[in-house]
Each structure stands twice: as C-alpha cells, then as structure tokens.
Write a protein that binds this ligand. Structure first.
Ligand code: ADP
Ligand code: ASP
Ligand code: MG
Length: 408
C-alpha cells in the first residue's frame, strides 16, 4: 500500500462538476489500494476576487487580515470536496492548515513552513479516511493564520508528502506536465518526461508558474518524488528527479518568462567606492528584493546603476530612491515596469559553449533589444521590453529546436 499526496489546483476545482471529477480520481487511487491525502487550492479566480475586495478598502491592507481573508478560499474547497467524497460513499475529513497543524513563521503573505505535526492526518488515514487539507495556509506559533505566497498549495502538498514520508507527491493541474515553455505562449511546446530538480528550480524561479519555487526546493531537500500531471487527461506527466538525462543533444531544457519585475535606473551618480551600496542598501533595508543588477563603467566621474525589483515593490523602491536623490547626487531616477525577463535553462549548458551568443543572435534577428543580461552555470536571462515577450520566447523555442524530441 502506497501513501500518495495529490494536490489539485484552482482550475481543477473551479466548479462543483470539477470537484466531483477530482473526487472520482481520488476514489480511483484509493481503489488501487493507496492511502490518499488531497491538498486543494481555492476555486479558480477566488484568491484574486478576495484580494480585490481587500483593495477596495485599502491599497495596503494589514497583511495579517489579508491572510485571514484569502485563506478562506481553500477552506471552501476542502469542505466541498469532503462532502462530495462522502456523497460518493468515500469516508473523508477536511482539515484547515491550523487544524493539521501546519506551523509556519509569522511572515504574512509569504510564510515558510517550520514544521508539520502529521499525527492527526496519519490517524485519520489509518481509520480509512481520505484526508483533505487546505493548501496555501498555515498557522504561526501565536495562532495567527498565515499564507504561503501565490501558488503556495504546491508547497503544502510537498511539505505534507515530506512530513508523512509519502511515496509520491502528485501535482494535478490544467496541463499534462512540465513543458519546454509555457504552452499558452508556445503552441509547439513539448512535454518533458523528466526534468531535474535543479532545472525545475531555475524554471520556477525564472517565471514558469507551473510549480511554486518553494515546493521544488522542499521536494529537492527532502527527496520527495514529485510529478506534475493533468486533472483532465490521463498520462504519465513529468517526473522531477535528481538524475540528469543521458542525452548528449539536450543543452536547453526549457524557456521561462517573467513579467513580474520592473526596472529602475539611477543615473549620473558620482563614481565613488560604495556607490552600489548607497543605492541598494536603503532598498534592501525596506525588505525589497533586488534581482538583476548592472553598473556601467564610469564616464566623466559618474556612473549609472540599473536593477530590477518585483513590480509590487516598484513604486515603493522609486519613492525611497527619490527621497535620497540629493544625498546620492544622482542626476536622474527612472523606472520602467513594462519589462520582461526571458531565460533559457538547461544543465547541458555546463558542457556547451556558445548558447549565450546564439540567444543574442536570435533576439537580434527579431529586432529585439536586450537591456540586461545575467548568466549562471545552467541559465541565461535577458531583460527586454515587455511587448516582445511572446515573439522572443517563440523565436528562441524554434531556434533551439525545443519542439523536437532529442535522440537517445
Ligand atoms: P494550478 O492552478 O493548477 O496551480 P497554475 O496556473 O499555477 O495551475 O500552473 C499551471 C499553468 O502553468 C499552466 O496552465 C501553464 O500555462 C503555466 N506554465 C508556465 N510555464 C509552464 C511550463 N514550462 N510547463 C507547463 N506549464 C507552464
Ligand atoms: N489559491 C492560492 C493562489 O491562487 C494558492 C494556490 O492556488 O496554490 O495563489
Ligand atoms: Mg499553481
């Protein structure tokens, strides 16, 4: 008998009919003799709807109250799924994050799971119940409701699988696996049978929202076998493993795009030692994460510093810097939120030179200007104007022949 954790995303539980489909899949897994823990998201659109209500009240509502509000989405789904399972003759019990309990730190809106007490869940499983757990939420040491960040139900699923030492964590969604690029942008994108944790972590960090970054980190750290599958069609999905594919040709595994960032340029700053610190220190002090950074070679004793932050932090970062413009002696502080980051990811890059040059030549031939570049061992990212995202991703997908299966 295996223990399986199945996570179903928002689209998969978007209507009562779809919840019934999920219930039948859970019952089928149980009929194969497995114990099943189900983690569910809020019904599709619900988290955004709730956030919209909060924004009608305040532009920056108190994070503790936002968590109380948005955690309700998942609570609705667990009750509806448990009722459906019961109606179909399957014993089931629902649990909120606090009831499990899933203990987190107190960082509202981006809480990290500190520990999970699996005793109750295990007892319910041993009593023959299907356990239905609310994704995305937990409780801090003081009893406050917390949430784990957008897409956080993936992390609930993986963390429960780790705590229960489950045999597999299955992420059911609206695509039948991890693709070489977002299939909504590239119609010829191809499903990957396997992908390494390392590559999946990069893809998730660089914008492929199919799995939340932390869920991949968690799965890698605790060695949880992780698979992405479709709720709506049968198939093997994509297995995320430690093994690298033994395929010589595979240099790039996937392309990701991220439209969540904004760019800030501080120009004409006197080029003294410590310039970068004087610009970025106050930004970091405000708890704003900086992603890419480029500092130009100084000319006439002054230099420019360009960096990117999350779009949600753009205004705040601009305010902070404008407040210090005089102190910094900067000529200008300019922002642009209509940017996008496009990244190529693949462990094969380690042993292949020339990928970056090829990427730049493809973008040049499409007339797309590159604003920033950053590279690591297994990825290359460029920042371009947002209006070129689709064009760039499709052109790169084609140029690197990602639609064609590699020969073994
Ligand atoms: P869920 O609600 O089930 O959590 P998400 O919307 O969070 O689903 O994630 C699934 C979506 O991720 C897909 O519909 C797809 O558009 C998008 N996506 C982005 N990049 C990829 C990729 N490389 N492979 C598969 N899906 C991707
Ligand atoms: N409902 C949450 C969200 O929309 C969590 C999730 O779906 O994973 O981000
Ligand atoms: Mg998701």
């Amino acid at each position: 008998m295996a223990l399986i954790v199945q996570k179903y995303g928002g689209t998969s539980v978007g209507t009562i009919e779809r919840i019934e489909r999920v219930a039948r899949k859970v019952i089928a897994a149980r009929a194969r003799g497995d114990q099943v823990v189900v983690v569910v998201s809020a019904m599709s659109g619900e988290t955004d709807r709730l956030l919209g209500l909060a924004r009608q009240i305040a532009s920056r509502p108190e994070p503790r109250e936002v968590d109380v509000l948005i955690s309700t989405g998942e609570q609705v789904t667990i009750a509806l799924l448990a009722m459906t399972l019961q109606k179909l003759g399957c014993p089931a019990r629902s649990y909120t994050g606090a009831q499990v309990p899933i203990i987190t730190d107190s960082a509202h809106g981006k809480a990290r799971i500190a520990r999970i007490d699996p005793h109750q869940v295990r007892a319910a499983l041993d009593a023959g119940q299907v356990v239905v757990v609310a994704g995305f939420q937990g409780v801090d040491a003081l009893g406050n409701i917390t949430t784990l960040g957008r897409g956080g139900s993936d992390t609930t699923g993986v963390a429960l699988a780790a705590a229960l030492k489950a045999d597999e964590c299955q992420i059911f969604t609206d695509v039948d696996g991890v693709y070489t690029a977002d299939p909504r942008i590239v119609p010829t994108a191809r499903r990957l049978d396997h992908i390494t944790f390392e590559e999946m972590l990069e893809l998730a960090s660089l914008g492929a929202k199919v799995l939340q970054i932390r869920s991949v980190e968690f799965a890698g750290k605790y060695n949880v076998p992780l698979r992405v599958l479709s709720t709506f069609q049968e198939g093997p999905g994509t297995l995320i493993t430690y093994e690298e594919q033994q395929v010589e040709e595979v240099v790039i595994s996937g392309i990701a795009q991220n439209r969540d960032e904004a760019q800030i340029t501080v120009s004409g700053i006197p080029d003294h030692p410590g310039v970068a610190y004087r610009v970025l220190g106050p930004v970091a002090d405000a708890n704003i994460e900086v992603d890419m950074i480029v500092q130009n070679v100084a000319r006439d004793g002054t230099t420019d510093l360009t960096f990117t932050v999350h779009r949600n932090d753009h205004e705040r970062a601009m305010e902070i810097l404008r407040g210090r413009q005089k102190d910094l002696g900067a000529r200008e502080i300019a922002g642009d939120s209509a940017i996008a980051k496009i990244s190529l990811v693949g462990v094969g890059m380690r042993s292949h030179a020339g990928v970056a040059a090829r990427m730049f030549s493809v973008l040049a031939s499409e007339g797309i200007n590159i604003r920033m570049i950053s590279t690591s061992e297994i990825k290359i990212s460029v920042v371009v104007s947002e209006k070129y995202v689709e064009l760039a991703v499709r052109a790169l997908h084609e140029a690197f022949a990602l639609d064609r299966a590699p020969h073994r």
